[in-house]
Design a protein around this ligand. Sequence first.
Ligand SMILES: [Zn+2]
Ligand SMILES: [Zn+2]
Length: 249
Amino acid sequence: MKRSRSARDEILAQLQQFAADQPAPFDFHVHTVWTDGQNSSLEMYQEAVRVGLEVMLFSEHARKSSDWFGQFAEEIRALPKLGCAALIGVEVKALDFEGNIDCSEEILEECQLVMGSVHRFPGEQGIVKGTRADLDPEEIVDTEFRLASAMLDNPAIDILGHAFGMCYRRFRIAPPDEKFIALIEKAARTGVAFEVNAHYHPDPWFLIGACRKAGATISLGSNAHALGDVGRILRVLRGQEPPWNPSGP
Ligand SMILES: [Zn+2]
Ligand SMILES: [Zn+2]
C-alpha cells in the first residue's frame, strides 16, 4: 500500500469532525506485542470493537532498522472486519532540532498515518529515564518544545504524539499553557493533528479547547499497551475514568 496524501487527508478530515461535545469513537494510539504492548493486534482489535470504537490506529513503535514492519502491516491488513477500521501507523521519534525522524522511507510508505513523538533528547541512547542535572526546568521545557516544533515542519508527520510527554512523565514538569498553545497553533498552520493523550496529559479538555480555538485537528490517543487501555481517552473525556494525575504514583 502506497501512502497517499488524499487518503491521509480523508482520515484527518474525519478527525476534524470531532463533534462539539461528544468525542468521536476513535483511538489513534495503540501498541501490541510487536513492540512493548502486552497483547496481539487481534486482541487489541477485538477489544476496540467491544468498547465501540469505529476507527483505531495501530501506532507501533519503529525505527529505521525495524525490518519487521512489513509483516506487521500485513497482519493489520489481515484483521477481521468487525465494524471498526484498523489503520496502519507508526510512532517515530524525533532525532534532532531539524525535524528529522528515526524512520525509513519503506516504513513511511506502509503507513496510513505517521505519528511523531519526542521520546528523548538528541544524543541519548537506549531507554532513558531520570533527570538531567545539566539542564534546568526551563531548558527542559524549551528543548522538548523545539524538538516537537521541528517535527511539525516535517511533511512526513501527520500527528504530533503526546506533546510535552517527556516533561510530564520523565521530569515531572508541567509546561506553561502558552507553550502548548504555541505548538497547537503551529500544528494548525502546518496541517498536523495534535494528539490529546490519556497517559501523558492531565487536562485533556484544556488541550481540546485550545485545538478548537486554533483550528487544529485533534487526534485522540490512549497510549494503549494492554486491553484495559483501549478507548481510555474516550472514557476520560466522558468523565468515566479520571485523567492522569501527575502528583499521583
Ligand atoms: Zn510515545
Ligand atoms: Zn506510544
